[in-house]
Every structure is written in C-alpha cells, then in structure tokens.
Design a protein around this ligand. Structure first.
Ligand code: 13P
Ligand code: SF4
Length: 301
C-alpha cells in the first residue's frame, strides 16, 4: 500500500480528518481533506464531525483547534513546528497598556501562543482583523503580536487609536520593496498580491492585500495573467492548481517558512497510526484562551 492509500484507510477506520495550511509542502496539501488560511481552518476544525483532527501546520494552529474542540483528539505531525512570531509579546507590556488605557481592547492575532491569548480580549486572523477592530466598541486597541498587521489595520480603521507591538514574521518581514520593483520591471503586466504581514513599503506597491485565501481568491477571479506573490511560497500549489493558464512569480527563492515544511506525509501517517503528538492544553488555559477565539468566530461571521 502507498503512503496515501494507508492514510486514506486509517482516516476511514479512525474517523479522522486532515487539515492543512496553504504553507505546508505540496505533497501534504495533496493528502489533506481541508486546506485553507488560519480563519478557514479554525472554522473547519469546529465544524467537523471527526473524532481525530490531524493538523498540518504550526503549533498555534493545532493549539487553537484543540482549544475550540476539547472533545476531539488533535494530533500534530511535528510538535516542534512553531511560528516565531507567536512568542513576540512581553506580557509586562500588556499589563502596562491595560493600566494606561481604561477602555483598552487587547486584539490578538491568532499567530500567538495559547498563553498570550489568555491575556487578550479578542483574537483575529489576517482575513477578519479589519472587520473585527472596526466593530469593537473600544477606542484604544493594543494589537499583538504583529506590528505590520497592526499598522495595516490602523490604516484601514483610522478612527481607532491602535498601539503597535514590535513582533513580526521573519519570512514576510524579509521581503523587500526593492525586490518587488525589480520583479515589476521584469514583468510589467504582473499584479502584486501581498500578505499584510509584510512591511508597509511593500503594501504601498500592492494591487491586492489579503490573507492567503484572499490572495488565492483574488488571482482566481481577476482577469490578469501574471502575478507577483508576496507571501510564503506554499500558496503557489493552490494558485497553480486553480489557474493553470496564469503565471506566478515570487520575490526570491527563499520565501519559505521552514517550520511549515517540517510536516511530511510520512509524519502524517505515523501520527495517524500511533495516535501520538496529541496537542494538550491545560484546562484553565483552554478556557481562558478559548474565550477570545470564540469571540473572533462570532464577530467575524
Ligand atoms: P493566513 O491566515 O493568511 O493563512 O496567514 C497565516 C500565516 O501564518 C501567515 O504567515
Ligand atoms: Fe509564523 Fe511567519 Fe511561518 Fe506564518 S510564515 S507561520 S507568521 S513564521
């Protein structure tokens, strides 16, 4: 039996589903039941009737699925796959901001640890951050951990006072405006589609700014033929699959989240077979981190 066949067989036998983020390797996306951005995956994890969820992504994603689904077993093919940005907040700074602003809302990007979520009022993803912040009753917002996404949201919602944190995604922050200009010169017809985790100078050059799903949907619906992609290169799998007649360029060859690439079909098979690498969140943390996640799912609807 091939790995794919064995995985298929075990999924049926154990009533399991495989969820995968667009940044994992092509061969992992090929075996997944649901592929999407962080927002879509958190909804898919909540909706599924499966007993076991195999989450192909980084730790905060598996953790969020486990927090939202205490009755299900969430397994991760590699428990060491982590998001660097998820840790980039000092809890002391959150306390300080709460003391400074009486009406403060701590808005926490889902790319954060469960512990950090317990200190926040509402979670967001890049797909719903603008909508949620705009509709909050609070005037003062501390946006954690991503400073770049925070600044993007502030531009869209100028009526709010948004305080930025200095966290960032090392992969998106490394993309440069010079590289965008160079690619635009090489491909003058190409549109630049970018993730809001990139710095503001890149966003200024964009034809479209959005989450991974947003970028994929834009390319599918747009009538152009060429696109420069400003996010992790894993999205190319879905972009090419949906648009075989369109051409996609990256800014460099290393737009790669090495943690996402730790997930392999072999590891998926192993966790399904042995039911190992279960994501465990202490009950107190689960309840406290679950509240801002549930609030996000409600406000983003
Ligand atoms: P999306 O929510 O757009 O999928 O982004 C997740 C992520 O990790 C971006 O670096
Ligand atoms: Fe985290 Fe960046 Fe990797 Fe996304 S691409 S999971 S933000 S390190």
């Amino acid at each position: 039996m091939s790995i794919t066949e064995e995985i298929k067989h075990l999924k049926k036998e154990k009533n399991a589903v495989i969820l995968a983020h667009y940044y994992v390797a092509d061969e992992v996306q090929e075996i997944a039941d649901y592929i999407g951005d962080s927002y879509y995956l958190s909804k898919a994890a909540q909706k599924t009737a499966a007993d076991i969820i195999v989450f192909c992504g980084v730790k905060f994603m598996g953790e969020s699925a486990a927090i939202l689904n205490p009755e299900k077993k969430v397994l991760m093919p590699d428990l060491t796959a982590d998001c660097a940005m998820a840790h980039m907040v000092q809890l002391e700074k959150i306390r300080e901001m709460r003391e400074t602003y009486e009406d403060l809302a701590v808005v926490c990007y889902i790319n954060s640890t469960a512990e950090i979520k317990t200190y926040s009022d509402v979670c967001v993803t890049s797909a719903n951050a603008v909508k949620i912040v705009r509709n909050l009753p609070n005037q003062n917002i501390f946006f954690i951990p991503d400073g770049n996404l925070g600044r993007y949201v502030a531009e869209q919602v100028p009526e709010k006072h948004i305080i930025f944190n200095d966290g960032y995604c090392p992969i998106h922050a490394a993309m440069s405006a010079e590289a965008v200009k160079r690619e635009k010169e090489k491909h003058p017809e190409a549109k630049f589609l970018v993730h809001p985790e990139c710095t503001g100078d890149l966003l200024k050059l964009a034809d479209y700014i959005g989450s991974t799903s947003g970028i994929i949907d834009f390319a599918a619906e747009d009538d152009g033929k060429e696109y420069i992609i400003g996010t992790e290169s894993g999205v190319l799998y879905e972009l090419k699959k949906q648009n075989p007649d369109k051409t996609f360029y990256t800014l460099t060859e290393n737009q790669i989240c090495t943690d996402m690439k730790l997930i392999t079909p072999e590891k998926v098979l192993q966790v399904l077979k042995e039911e190992i690498n279960e994501v465990k969140v202490p009950e107190k943390v689960r309840i406290q981190a679950g509240a801002p996640l549930e609030k996000m799912l409600m406000l983003a609807r």
